[in-house]
Design a protein around this ligand. Structure first.
Ligand code: ZN
Length: 389
């Protein structure tokens, strides 16, 4: 049997240690460095080396693969005085990480050398409870939840797609939700537009949506725009958002949104529904095709579906709106594979999901290689699809 002191000496002999000045030099170099604080959350709250991620010692082995997929990733771990971090570094090297070192003397040495310490941004106790199922996910965690709370998402439409998308984005704690819709709540909306209710018939949809979302989650700031998206206001309305959820119900708005989002370089999560069928994709300017690569021209009027006559299964925009919220959260958290370059086709009657590849068109007038930035215009109405969306 080994005493603690004996075991510690043994571990210290086997792990690489870095001094404060070596850590500073490593952080100044071009190679990325993952700095992990392996102390307990209450110690972390007192002050942290800027840029460090908290992974308490007891959770380290279970979480490291999420944080460092490459066994050659450069990792420095630190604790209070360099002992727990030595054990942590030892364990990571046993797992196969070959560039791990422990900060000698820990944050005590860092402070003594004049290193700056910041108070980490933290969730409140109430937020920790509300978002506990997110915080438990290594891919989200407290840092991811804080990121969501700082994020800004714009919903184009508070209808069939926008309602479920906004509902889940608000529940997830996306801090700012802008909603554009100039319509009023109509009885025929209530079959699918779940932010509204029978008492609010005749009210502005954005006001009804804002009330429901506020009651669900007071963390969320709702910015209501009771206007129609047009060439004259698109850039002002869209500026400053991280992601746009396209719940538009008509072709002119989709083309206008596309061109404005290309100009502003904002990702758009697009969906459309028709009877029992739906499609979904994500457009990220410069990373993949845009809406005009997918549909270079609006359909001729005789082929444009008249949704007022066609109808839609009420739950279908619900499914798609929730998928839009899912894709939006992935973009905000920078996790998983986005739908860039893939069009998902859902058939509710057959219960099938299929994908087709969508490629960028080199001659696309909006995003093509030689395209000049698009000039925003109000596209002529193809068919008056006011409902349902
Ligand atoms: Zn394009």
């Amino acid at each position: 049997m080994s005493t603690y002191e004996h075991y510690l000496r043994q571990v210290l002999r086997s792990v690489a240690e870095v001094s404060v000045s070596e850590l500073l030099a490593a952080r100044a170099s071009a190679t990325p460095l993952l700095l992990l604080d392996v102390r307990e959350p209450d110690e972390h709250e007192q002050g942290v080396i800027p840029g460090a991620r908290l992974v308490p010692r007891g959770l380290l082995e279970g979480r490291i693969e999420q944080l460092a997929k490459d066994p050659e990733a450069r990792i420095v771990v630190y604790c209070h005085s360099g002992k727990r971090s030595a054990f942590a570094a030892h364990s990571l090297s046993l797992m196969g990480y070959v560039n791990v070192s422990s900060l000698s003397g820990g944050i005590v040495a860092w402070r003594a050398a004049g290193g700056s310490v910041t108070k980490p941004e933290l969730l409140s106790a109430s937020q920790r409870a509300r978002y506990s199922r997110h915080v438990l996910l290594p891919e989200v965690g407290e840092a991811g939840q804080l990121q969501l709370l700082k994020s800004r998402v714009l919903l184009l439409g508070a209808g069939g797609l926008g309602c479920p998308a906004a509902y889940y984005l608000a529940a997830a704690g996306v801090g700012t939700l802008g909603i554009i819709d100039d319509d009023n709540v109509d009885e025929s909306n209530l079959q699918r537009q779940i932010l509204h209710n029978s008492r609010r018939i005749g009210q502005k949809k954005v006001a009804s949506a804002e009330q429901t979302l506020r009651e669900l989650n007071p963390d969320v700031k709702v910015i209501a725009h009771p206007v129609r998206l047009g060439a004259d206001n698109a850039l002002d309305l869209l500026s400053g958002y991280d992601v746009i959820v396209d719940g538009a119900d008509n072709f002119p708005t989709r083309y206008l949104l596309n061109d404005a989002s290309v100009i502003l370089n904002i990702p758009v999560v697009h969906a459309s529904v028709y009877r029992f069928e739906a499609q979904l994709t994500t457009f990220i300017p410069t990373k993949g095709p845009c809406y005009r690569c997918l549909y270079p021209e609006p359909p001729p009027p005789e082929l444009a579906p008249s949704c007022e006559q066609a109808g839609v299964l009420g739950v279908l925009p619900g499914v798609l709106g929730v998928l839009q919220a899912t894709e939006t959260l992935k973009l905000l958290l920078n996790v998983g594979e986005s739908l860039v370059g893939r069009l998902l086709l859902y058939d509710a009657l057959l219960a099938t999901f299929n994908y087709i590849k969508v490629r960028s068109k080199p001659d696309c007038p909006a995003c093509g290689l030689h395209a000049t930035p698009p000039v925003l215009t109000d596209w002529p109405a193809i068919c008056k699809q006011t409902s349902p969306r």
